[in-house]
Structure formats: structure tokens, C-alpha cells
Design a protein around this ligand. Structure first.
Ligand code: NDP
Length: 478
């Protein structure tokens, strides 16, 4: 079996340890053996990125456009094959996996054009004759630490803006899903990116991630993952004076009001809660439903949830794939037990024995919960949603905001008044009206408030804030 190597300074580099990438739909299917780095390889990658920075940060925007646009085209042209790889290593069903690959391609093409749009400002000074220029420059070497749930889109939305604005990169993908990240590395390497501008180092967070966070030669860290890891990384970055950006969890509310279009509310919730096996930080995990529609909504949602076909990610009939691994499956089951012990009624959630050995469970709904229960306070990160009943809109809004998170929030209503009020008063970075809380476009800002996010937004033109640093220059013409 091929062993996939690290990319350091434009060379493929092996290491003594490897780890197996296992298909969660069929644990007999090994996607590949991937090199697992030690700290030394990570340091070498950081040094390569450092060495490449002066030339790349001064390269022409046309050169950066060409490399990124070509990478986007290649990803789009290979969407079926890369989608297949993604579905095999992460377990999302093939159409969702291809959709994610397409999004990664679009992100590269969007940021290719952003390289040409950096711009700046010229401001008259308050001092006579003087002019002030405000320009943007690359930050330096960016360390990227990415999670397993979007193996190609999340690396893409960090790598593309970093390179577009002249930074150099060391990427550490999640150990569970290095395959798509490796393919991006190969595409960039073959696409004439100068050596060292992009480096891939695979391995454990506690080794490779830790080296990136602690190295004084890394200027900034962009992290997506769990709250616990994110907060620890943030504290370390602050101590060492690094710029950092954290995208962490959510406990995203979906409010369903009495006047909602019932079919739309059920379809939006089904999608938001269970598609991609619920493994999305923007998943609708807390359903807050007003009394008048409660019974109809729950009955309809349970019927559709039960009808979802769970199966192998590459099976055409599958509508929901497996959970990513045994640890996450155990975590999902643990939260269902906690909810049950706290008095919730559980529908679904059974472990499934399917023709191939994998981490399968039925989607689950915890009904009759209150907002103080652990199931409503902590991120489960699986196909598990819980329901809280609210007397009216005002109580529903208060419940929606009663969380330490603030990533996305949705409302299903036909009332313009409530939709507008929710948009203004929901404490979240992204608001969805009559649409799933998950599923955002690639050209607009992505991120949250409160405990969900820290630092500038990712994606769209807002990504510039993190990947550039501002310089203010005073010019006295004499
Ligand atoms: P983690 O936060 O542990 O992992 C995210 C990334 O951080 C991975 O690349 C991981 O490496 C790396 N990492 C782990 N420890 C360190 C460290 N000490 N220093 C630097 N980097 C580190 O999330 P998990 O993947 O373990 O998932 C655990 C839970 O996190 C999930 O159950 C879910 O609740 C939540 N989660 C949230 C996501 C989101 O987008 N909001 C995404 C994924 C998970 P590696 O895993 O390879 O060792």
C-alpha cells in the first residue's frame, strides 16, 4: 500500500511512523497509510515556510492568482474522484462529499481573484502637506490546525486566503482525515507553487499541532475544532504574542414558531440536524418549538427522521453516512444516555448493524428536554438533536440566546415581524430564516460570537482581516 508523505520545502518527506486512514463506512477498507510526523519534521516545515516567505510575500498578485485559480480548476475537474476519497475517509454520503469538493474549488477561485483586490487607502493627514497611506501586508508563516468534519473545505478556506495575501503555510490536518489535505498539497505542488510556500505535516495534534503553536517562527495560528483544544491553543498563542483565530463549537438553536410553514420547518430541521451525520459545527442541535405547533412538528420530524436511510457513504440509497469513528460514536451514545437520565424521551439513536462493519447509528431526537440539561449545554457533534418547548416567541428567543455559544441560529416563521426581530436580537454570527442553520456560502463571512469563535471572520472578503496586517505610512513630500 502507498504511504502518503509530508510535503516540506517542496520535497515529499517520509517519517518512521505512519497511521492508517480507516473508512468509517467499512473498517476493512483502509484508505491509505499516512506518514505521522515528529516535532523535527514540523520544525523543518516551519523553517521552509520561513525561508519561502520573503519572495512569496513580494510575488506579483498575478502569480498568486494563477496558482490559486489553477488549483481551483483542478479540484473542480477532479470533483468525483476527490468526493469519493472524502466520502471514504470521513463518511459523509457521496453527494455531500462532492458538494464539499466543489466548494473547495470555488474557494480557491474566489481567493485567486482576492489576490488582485487587496487595495489600500490614501487619507489626507491632519498635518498640512502630509499624506497618510494605509496598506496591507502578509502576516508571515501561518500554522493551520484543522478538524475532521470538513476534510477539504476547511483546509481550503484557510490555505487559499493565506496564500492569496502572500503568507506561507504549514497545514496540520486532523489525523483521522489526512487524505484530502494530502491531495490539496499535491495539487499545489504540481501547480508550480514555489517550494516551501505551502507545507503539509501530518500527525497528532499533541505533537505537530503543539509544535506549530509553540514555535516562535510561526506568526499566526488558524484553528478549527473543539472548544477545549481551541481555548488552550488561544491561551498559548496569546502568551507568545501570535495572532490567532479560533472557530470552535456551537449549540445552534432552530426556533420553530406557531406560524411556521410546517413542511419547510421540518425539512430545514431535518437537514440542519442530521445531514452530514450532524457532524457540522453549524448543525441545528437545539430545537426550540412554540406550544401551538409543537405536537405536529415533533410528529412530522420523527416520521421523516425515521425514514432517513443510514448506510455506507458510497451507497446510492444512503441519505446519512456513519459517524466518523468509535470515539465519536461513543460520545453520541453517552449524551443520549445523559439526556435519558435527565428525564428526556429518546426517539431513534439505535446502533445499527449493517452489511459492512462501520460506526452506524440512527438519527436521534431527545424530546421533553429543558435548556438547563447537559444535552442542551454541550456540543454532541453527531446526529442528535434535542427539543425544548417555549410558550411564545419571546421565550423562544430568550432560550435561543441562553447558551455560551453563538455560531448560527435559525428561525422558521411566516411573520416578517418575528423574522426581523430575531435577526436583530439572536446572539449568533450567522442567522437563517426558514433555512437550515448549517450550509453557508463560500463568498461571505463565516464565524460566530461568544464561546464559538475568537478573532476575525473566515471566508469571503472578510478573510483579509486575519491574513493581512495593516501598515500606516506618513509621507511628507518636503
Ligand atoms: P480537536 O479540537 O481535538 O481537534 C481539532 C484539531 O486540533 C485536530 O487537527 C487535532 O489533531 C488538533 N489538536 C488536538 N490537540 C491539539 C493540541 N494540544 N495542540 C494543537 N493541536 C491539537 O477535536 P477532535 O477532532 O478531537 O473532536 C473532538 C470534539 O470536538 C468533537 O466531538 C466535537 O465536539 C468537536 N469538534 C468541533 C468541530 C467544529 O468545527 N466546531 C470540528 C471537529 C470537532 P488530531 O485530532 O489530529 O490529533
Amino acid at each position: 500500500m502507498t504511504t502518503y508523505q509530508h510535503l516540506v520545502g517542496g520535497e515529499w518527506v517520509s517519517s518512521s511512523r505512519t497511521s492508517q486512514n480507516v473508512n468509517p463506512s467499512d473498517t476493512n477498507d483502509i484508505v491509505g497509510d499516512f506518514a505521522e510526523a515528529d516535532g523535527e519534521i514540523a520544525h523543518a516545515a516551519i523553517q521552509a515556510a520561513r525561508d519561502a516567505f520573503p519572495a512569496w510575500s513580494r510575488s506579483s498578485p498575478q502569480q498568486r492568482f494563477d496558482v490559486l485559480d489553477a488549483a481551483g480548476n483542478t479540484i473542480l475537474a477532479r470533483k468525483e474522484e476527490l468526493g469519493m476519497l472524502l466520502a471514504r475517509e470521513e463518511g459523509k454520503i457521496l453527494p455531500e462529499a462532492i458538494g464539499e469538493v466543489v466548494r473547495a474549488g470555488q474557494i480557491f477561485k474566489f481567493f485567486a481573484a482576492e489576490a488582485l483586490r487587496v487595495g489600500g487607502e490614501i487619507v489626507p493627514s491632519v498635518r498640512p502637506g502630509m499624506t497618510v497611506e494605509v496598506t496591507r501586508e502578509a502576516v508571515g508563516v501561518i500554522g493551520m490546525i484543522t478538524p475532521w468534519n470538513f476534510p477539504i473545505a476547511i483546509p481550503a478556506w484557510k490555505i487559499a486566503p493565506a496564500l492569496a495575501f502572500g503568507n506561507t503555510v504549514v497545514l496540520k490536518p486532523a489525523e483521522l482525515v489526512p487524505g484530502c489535505a494530502w491531495e490539496i498539497a499535491k495539487i499545489l505542488h504540481e501547480g508550480k507553487l514555489p517550494p516551501g510556500v505551502f507545507n503539509l505535516v501530518m500527525g497528532k495534534g499533541s505533537v505537530v499541532g503543539e509544535t506549530l503553536v509553540s514555535s516562535k517562527h510561526v506568526d499566526a495560528i488558524s484553528f478549527t475544532g473543539s472548544v477545549k483544544t481551541g481555548r488552550a491553543i488561544g491561551a498559548r498563542c496569546f502568551e507568545s504574542g501570535k495572532k490567532f483565530q479560533l472557530e470552535m463549537g456551537g449549540k445552534n438553536p432552530m426556533v420553530v414558531l406557531d406560524d411556521a410553514d410546517l413542511d419547510n420547518a421540518i425539512a430545514s430541521t431535518l437537514n440542519g440536524s442530521f445531514f452530514s451525520t450532524g457532524q457540522r459545527c453549524t448543525a441545528s442541535s437545539r430545537l426550540i418549538v412554540t406550544a401551538g405547533i409543537y405536537d405536529k412538528f415533533i410528529e412530522g420530524l420523527i416520521a421523516q427522521m425515521r425514514a432517513l436511510r443510514v448506510g455506507h457513504a458510497l451507497e446510492k440509497s444512503s441519505q446519512m453516512g456513519p459517524v466518523v469513528d468509535k470515539r465519536q460514536l461513543d460520545q453520541n451514545q453517552m449524551y443520549l444516555q445523559i439526556a435519558k437520565d435527565d428525564g428526556a424521551q429518546i426517539f431513534g439513536g439505535e446502533l445499527l448493524d449493517l452489511p459492512t462493519p462501520g460506526f452506524y447509528m440512527a438519527p436521534a431526537l431527545a424530546v421533553d428536554t429543558n435548556n438547563a440539561m447537559r444535552i442542551n449545554r454541550e456540543e454532541v457533534f453527531g446526529p442528535v438533536a434535542s427539543v425544548v418547548k417555549a410558550a411564545n416567541y419571546e421565550e423562544a428567543l430568550a432560550l435561543a440566546n441562553d447558551t455560551e455559544f453563538g455560531l448560527s441560529a435559525g428561525i422558521c416563521t411566516t411573520s416578517l415581524k418575528y423574522a426581523a426581530h430575531f435577526k436583530r436580537n439572536a446572539e449568533a454570527g450567522m442567522i437563517m430564516v426558514n433555512a437550515p442553520t448549517a450550509g453557508v456560502d463560500y463568498h461571505v463571512p463565516f464565524g460566530g460570537r461568544k464561546g464559538s469563535s475568537y478573532g476575525p471572520r473566515e471566508q469571503g472578503s472578510y478573510a483579509r482581516e486575519f491574513y493581512t496586517t495593516v501598515k500606516t505610512t506618513y509621507i511628507n513630500p518636503l
